[in-house]
Write a protein that binds this ligand. Structure first.
Ligand code: ADP
Ligand code: MG
Length: 964
């Protein structure tokens, strides 16, 4: 930025002195208040130990913050906003009240120091300024500690370097700049910086007393109307304590710090001294970062105010004195202040024109002076009037010096012109300084890197620690897992052992199983053989059974044989043969009866089956019949509907016919009347012809006659047409009637057929019932038969016993009476026969038992069959009732049909009669429009008889109307 120094003015540094009250420790220590404030109008002098110091302003211990601000700092606000640079710094020993003066308690209206008040004031001023001004305010905050600049708004920037801008004004390169738009934002930034400062150090008071804090407010403004730009920098510096090292008793690092603090402070003192002397060619700004930063503030382009803070205690006397000396020295320093203005092109042009004009004027002046000089040199004396009036020219030319055009900073004291060596040295020095700056920058970058690396290292360390912890935890886990693993291994071993044992056991068991299965094989083989034996036995059994059946068959034969033998024996023995014959007969009869009974039963079975089948077929037939009946009923209903429709139509036709006939008769009557009239007229004509022979009248009459005739003929033809139409209708009706009768015939036929079917079915039913009855009978018979058989068998048994007893008795008798040798062979044969007979008897008893069992089985079956029979009977009964109902329904239908047919017939007959019958008393209906009253065909379906009555009623109405 090119700054114009047009309005530059010399301005000495303002020094104000502030004394704080005695603090508690000082009072405790019994320190005395050694400062005196001689009364004067300006409050600008103090005396300490007889020595008097003069400052721009002196603030007594009781001076309020507001007073200090108003009288020491307030003016700087308007300066900064007017485009000047400004600096306020507080100098003094630790706890002399520097921070109290600069910051105070921010936010407390009474206790807040210079910085917050300035900030508030700047914004208040801006708010009160013109609207066309645009402000850009940015702030930076950094501290200088051990000659390193640390950014308080970015903790990573720990070693910032100082550079010079193109106007050779030093600035802290890379310092964080925050744009702010309100006091609150500024205070937030300050708070942030302070908190960062707190983070960096453990002992805040220690640190604050050993470091310089710099708060920079940069105000740029632009006039939106003329693009005029102004800028002002305001440095607000709270310096470190200025006490001597020896006094603090610091050692080690602290000593180092103190040295550094004092180095920068002594550099500040040196710079001030150099500036105060005014004749030194070199000002040692570069000795420390602090003096470098404050270069513009000390002897440069800035309005600077130094607040020297002092303690009034006797304990701090020497410090206070040195502080006051510092202030005194600083007061002599002169700054050259000017507005930092950036001009627009127009302004530059204007200024250039002005300068050009000035140059031309001066040239003219020089020429005039040269001319005068030449005249003087040539020995002429120039008269007073002819001499150039310098004052005149001076008045015309404004007081502007070329000195102002010189490059601004640094305001190196004017070197002795013409000393080339010096210039060269200067240039070298500059170059070296430049290098120094670069090195500074490099250092800064390196230190930043170092800081970053440190941070990274910390992180890495943390990470390592973390990892170590993790590792330890993992190690523990691993140990645990290993232990677990060991335990698991043990377990596995045990399990394996158990498994081995199990395997051994298993082997043993399997061996056992093998042996057992081998042992088992034998019984299974045995079993198999037994089974085969069993099957063979069962086969044998079957055979035996067959054989027994066969034998049973043979029983009869055997029995007869036996009986025959017995008879023979009887004959031989001498008993009667009859008994045995009877026995033979009874047995034969029994056999026969049995067979008959069996046959009956089998027959009954088959019959029952047949009956059931028939019942089924009957049921289905009945269902069919029902369906058919329903169908017929439907068709019958349709037919009835048709018939009634036709009847209605017939009725209407008959009506119309009657009317036609009436018309015909009327017409005939009319014709007769006309004829009569004709005759009358002819007679009249004849009379008239005879009487007057009036041709005129005759003509008229003839015309009338003609008219009448024409009307008559037309009427006749119309009637004829009507008649034909009616006849056609009649024919149609006849046809439909024919059709209906045919349909009726068919229905009748169907009905007959149904009836026949029904009759068949009832006959079948009867048959079935009969068969069922027969079966019942047969069963009863069978029961009786069974009883008799049982009785007979019993008797047979008894007889046998008797017979055996008899036989035995006879044998005994014969043995007793004839003990002859001749009979020995006979006795043997008898014995054999007896045993044979006994065998046979046994077999017979077996057969008898079998028969009894069979009988019992049959008896068991009887109730089942009875139940089935009962069900069948019920079904048959239900079918019968259904059939009866169906019959009744059919009967009723037939009757209804008959009735309908009769009615239709009656109606037709009545119609015919009505058509034919004489109805002289019915007169011609007269109605407007020529329409005739007739029952409409679409009047609805009427019952035939009702329709006939209706016809009559209508006729009556017609008559009544005519009468009325
Ligand atoms: P420094 O910053 O110079 O080390 P401080 O500003 O911290 O000293 O002041 C030290 C103490 O003295 C603080 O407690 C402060 O409140 C107090 N103090 C300083 N100046 C005044 C004053 N003018 N009036 C009242 N108390 C003051
Ligand atoms: Mg302090």
């Amino acid at each position: 930025m090119a700054a114009d120094r047009e309005i530059a003015a010399e301005d000495s540094i303002r020094v104000v002195c502030r004394f704080r009250p005695l603090n508690d420790s000082e009072e405790k220590a019994g320190s005395k208040f050694i400062v005196k404030f001689p009364s004067g109008p300006d409050d600008n002098c103090i005396s300490i130990g007889g020595k008097v110091y003069l400052f721009d302003k002196v603030f007594k211990p009781n001076a309020t913050q507001e007073k200090v601000y108003n009288e020491a700092a307030k003016s700087i606000v308007s300066d900064v906003l007017a485009g000047y640079n400004g600096t306020i710094f507080a100098y003094g020993q630790t706890s002399s009240g520097k921070t109290h003066t600069m910051e105070g308690v921010i936010g407390d209206p009474g206790k807040q120091g210079i910085i917050p008040r300035i900030v508030n004031d700047i914004f208040n001023h801006i708010y009160a300024m013109e609207e066309n001004l645009e402000f850009h305010i940015k702030v930076s905050y950094f501290e200088i500690y051990m000659d390193k600049i640390r950014d308080l708004l970015d903790v990573s920037k720990v070693n910032l370097s100082v550079h010079e801008d193109k106007n050779r004004v030093p600035f802290v390169k890379g310092a964080t700049e925050r744009f702010v738009s309100s006091p609150e934002e500024v205070f937030e930034v300050i708070e942030e910086g302070k908190s960062n400062r707190h983070i960096a150090v453990t002992n805040m008071n220690e640190r604050s007393s050993r470091s310089h804090s710099v708060f920079l407010i940069n105000v740029k403004q632009e006039n939106l109307e003329n693009q005029k730009k102004l800028s002002g920098k305001l440095y607000l510096v709270d310096l470190a304590g200025s006490e001597k090292v020896s006094k603090t008793g610091a050692e080690g690092t602290v000593l180092d710090e103190a040295k550094n603090i004092n180095k920068s402070l002594s550099a500040l003192g040196n710079v001030i001294s150099a500036l105060a002397d005014g004749n030194k060619s070199h000002i040692p700004y570069r000795d420390s970062k602090l003096t470098r930063i404050l270069q513009e503030s000390l002897g440069g382009n800035a309005r600077t105010t130094i607040v020297i803070c002092c303690s009034p205690a006797s304990f701090n006397e020497s410090e206070t004195k040195s502080t006051l000396d510092f202030g005194k020295r600083a007061k002599t320093v002169k700054n050259v202040v000017c507005v930092n203005e950036e001009l627009a092109a127009e302004e530059w042009k204007r200024r250039y024109e002005r300068e050009k004009e000035k140059v031309a004027r001066l040239k003219g002046k020089v020429e005039k002076l040269e001319a005068e000089l030449n005249r003087w040199r040539s020995g002429e004396t120039v008269r007073l009037e002819e001499q150039v009036n310098l004052q005149e020219i001076e008045a015309v030319t404004p007081v502007t010096s070329f000195i102002e055009e010189k490059p601004p900073a640094p305001p190196v004291p004017v070197a002795v012109a013409g000393v080339v060596e010096d210039a060269a040295m200067q240039a070298k020095l500059e170059a070296l300084y430049q290098q120094l700056d670069d090195k500074d920058e490099e250092i800064n970058q390196h230190s930043q890197l170092v800081e970053k690396l440190k941070e990274q290292m910390m992180e890495q360390e943390e990470l390592i620690a973390c990892t170590r912890r993790d590792y330890e935890a993992l190690q523990g886990d691993m140990n645990r897992i290993q232990q677990e693993n060991e335990a698991a291994k043990e377990e596995v071993k045990e399990v394996l052992q158990a498994l081995e044992e199990l395997a051994v056991n298993y082997d043993q068991k399997s061996q056992e199983v093998d042996s057992k299965s081998r042992e088992c094989d034998q019984p299974s083989e045995d079993l198999q053989s037994k089974q085969s034996a069993l099957t063979s036995a069962t086969a044998e059994l079957q055979q035996l059974r067959d054989l027994s059946a066969h034998q049973r068959k043979r029983i009869a034969e055997l029995l007869t044989n036996l009986l025959r033998d017995l008879a023979e024996i009887g004959a031989a023995v001498g008993g009667s043969e009859l008994d045995f014959k009877l026995n033979v007969d009874t047995v034969g009869k029994l056999e026969e009866e049995f067979t008959v009974a069996r046959l009956h039963i089998s027959k009954m079975k088959s019959e029952v089956k047949n009956i059931v089948q028939r019942c089924h077929s009957l049921e289905s037939a009945n269902i069919d019949a029902n369906q058919k009946i329903e169908e017929y009923e439907r068709t019958l209903g349709e037919c009835r509907l048709l018939i009634s429709q036709h009847e209605a139509r017939c009725a209407s036709l008959a009506e119309s016919m009657r009317e036609a006939e009436n018309k015909k008769r009327q017409l005939e009557e009319a014709a007769d009347a006309l004829r009569e009239e004709c005759a009358r007229l002819q007679a009249a004509e004849r009379v008239q012809l005879a009487a007057a022979e009036d041709s005129q009248v005759r003509g008229a009459l003839e015309a009338q006659l003609e008219q009448l005739r024409a009307a008559h003929s037309t009427q006749l033809s119309a009637l004829r047409d009507e008649l034909a139409a009616l006849q056609r209708q009649h024919q149609d009706l006849k046809d439909t009637y024919q059709e209906l009768t045919l349909a009726r015939q068919q229905l009748q036929d169907d009905y007959e057929k149904l009836k026949r079917e029904e009759a068949d079915k009832s006959a079948k039913l009867k048959e079935l019932i009969q068969s069922v009855e027969r079966r019942e009978q047969a069963r009863a018979d069978l029961k009786g038969l069974e009883d008799t058989v049982a009785k007979e068998l019993q008797t047979l048994h008894n007889l046998r016993k008797l017979f055996v007893q008899d036989l035995q008795a006879r044998i005994k008798k014969s043995n007793n009476s004839e003990e002859g040798a001749e009979e020995e062979g006979g006795t043997l044969a008898q014995k054999q026969k007896t045993s044979f007979l006994e065998n046979n008897l046994e077999q017979l008893t077996k057969v008898h038992k079998q028969l009894v069992r069979d009988n019992a089985d049959l008896r068991c079956e009887v109730p089942k069959l009875e139940k089935r029979l009962r069900a069948t009977m019920e079904r048959v009964k239900a079918l019968e009732t259904a059939l009866k109902e169906a019959k009744d329904g059919a009967m009723r239908d037939r009757k209804r049909y008959q009735f309908e047919v009769d009615r239709i017939k009656e109606a037709v007959r009545a119609k015919n009669l009505a058509r034919r019958g004489p109805q002289a008393q019915i007169a011609k209906p007269i109605r407007a429009g020529g329409g005739h009253l007739a029952g409409s065909a679409g009047a609805g379906v009427l019952q035939p008889a009702a329709a006939a009555q209706d016809i009559k009623r209508k006729s009556i109405i017609v008559g009544a109307r005519d009468e009325s």
